[in-house]
Structures are given as C-alpha cells and as structure tokens.
Design a protein around this ligand. Structure first.
Ligand SMILES: Nc1nc2c(c(=O)[nH]1)N(C=O)[C@@H](CNc1ccc(C(=O)N[C@@H](CCC(=O)O)C(=O)O)cc1)CN2
Ligand SMILES: Nc1ncnc2c1ncn2[C@@H]1O[C@H](COP(=O)(O)OP(=O)(O)OP(=O)(O)O)[C@@H](O)[C@H]1O
Length: 190
C-alpha cells in the first residue's frame, strides 16, 4: 500500500472506529498515569481533527494538579500554529475557553497568546509502527519542527490501537518518537 492510501485507510478506520467513548476514557487514564512523574512544565499538544484523540481534558487536569503539589508548579499547555513560510510549527499558550481563530487546514489556533517552548510534545499519529515511528498527514510539519528545535522536546505519540501498522517502513527524515501511548497503555518503548 502506498503512503497516501495508507493514510486514507487509517483516517477512515479511525473515524468509523467502534467504542470511541471507552477508548477515549482509557487513553485519558493512560495519559494521566504516564504524566504523574514527568518533570516537564510546558506541554505542547494539538486541537483534535479527523477523529484524533483529544488530549486537552487530561492536560488541563495535569495543569491543575500542578497547583496542588506540595511544591506547586506553574504548568502550561500550548497548541501548534502553522508557520506557512517555513512549514514548521510554533506553539502558543492555550487554556480552556481561550479565544481561538482559524489556522491552516481549518484547525483552530489560540488568538494572540504567548509563544511558548514546550519541553514535551504530544503528537497525533495517523499511524505508528515499531521503533517509535509515526505517520502523519504528510505535511512533514513535526519532522521539520523537531529537526530545528534545540534542545529537542521529549516526544510522545498518541494514537488508538487501530493506528498500529505492522510493517511500517520509516523514511530517512523520520525522527522516532520517544514514547507512544494508546488506549492499551505505553506501547513504545516496549
Ligand atoms: N490536530 C492536529 N493539529 C495539527 C496537526 C495534526 O496532525 N493534527 N499537524 C501536524 O502536522 C499540523 C497541521 N498539519 C496538517 C497537515 C495536513 C492536514 C490535512 O488535513 N491534509 C489533507 C490534505 C492536504 C490539503 O488539504 O491540502 C488531508 O490529509 O486530507 C491537516 C493538518 C499542526 N496541527
Ligand atoms: N527535516 C526535514 N527537512 C525538510 N523537509 C522535511 C523534513 N522532514 C520531512 N520533510 C518533508 O516533509 C514531507 C512530508 O513528510 P512525511 O510524509 O514524513 O510527513 P508526516 O510525518 O506524515 O506528516 P506531519 O508531520 O505533517 O504529520 C516529505 O516530503 C519530506 O521531504
């Protein structure tokens, strides 16, 4: 199957997936547990499209939990904004109810909020395979952004069980993710 066909098949499978409510509840739980001992303070995520898992409820709770710690931490959430010239992503602060406007591909972006440098990124996966490799929509935005970011943030792919591709073959520019979580738990590193 070529890459374009694989993308279409995986998105269609995700949109039509059964038991979405249960899978969302499971993956939210997996995220919350995974985040408990993470030291990072600024997490970049995404506004879900095309049946992607919504990471924002779990992240908002992570942010609130930070204020309740013995040594309270100021945690922040950021969303990607497309830089059309460089075809990279920049991250802008987001909070629930934050004013939004339309970005490229019709995806909402935070309106006029601070630019942040996330130290951890949750990255949506159309598909993923062994070794932490990820398939996106084909824009190469994350690959290009990560290739330019120094220091590189810790990268965590999010997907459903349905997104696993048995025989996924990475390309030379693909940078493997540091971890992948799905509705079954931590699936990378194994
Ligand atoms: N929720 C979410 N936000 C994100 C991403 C993502 O993967 N998911 N991105 C990750 O990079 C960036 C945006 N990249 C995207 C690239 C292509 C398409 C897309 O829908 N492409 C069409 C075909 C291209 C077109 O319309 O010109 C498609 O796949 O049908 C969407 C987002 C930043 N924000
Ligand atoms: N580091 C990079 N520098 C320049 N171009 C890159 C880089 N990484 C990827 N690209 C280009 O981006 C295009 C899309 O890459 P790829 O098919 O891996 O996208 P994707 O990871 O599925 O999409 P996305 O990251 O947007 O979700 C490729 O044609 C590739 O040449």
């Amino acid at each position: 199957m070529d890459k374009a066909t694989l993308r279409r098949t995986l998105v269609q499978r995700r949109v039509n997936m059964a038991s979405r409510i249960e899978k969302n509840a499971q993956l939210q739980q997996v995220m919350r547990i995974w985040l408990v001992d993470r030291p990072e303070l600024i997490i970049g995520a995404y506004w879900p499209i095309k049946g992607e898992f919504d990471p924002l409820p779990a992240l908002h709770r992570w942010k609130e939990d930070g204020e309740l710690l013995d040594a309270p931490m100021m945690r922040r959430i950021a969303l990607p904004v497309v830089d059309k010239t460089h075809k990279t992503l920049r991250f802008h602060a987001w909070y629930p109810g934050c004013p939004m406007e339309e970005d490229a591909y019709g995806i909402p972006k935070p309106k006029d909020t601070d630019i942040l440098e996330p130290d951890l990124l949750f990255i949506p996966c159309v598909g993923y395979g062994a070794g932490g490799y990820r398939l996106g929509y084909g824009g190469g935005f994350y690959d290009r952004t990560l290739a330019a970011l120094k220091p590189r943030p810790f990268t965590v792919g999010l997907g459903y069980t349905e997104g696993f591709v048995e025989d996924f073959e990475p390309e030379p520019h693909d940078i493997p993710l540091d971890a992948i979580l799905n509705d079954n738990g931590v699936v990378w590193p194994v």
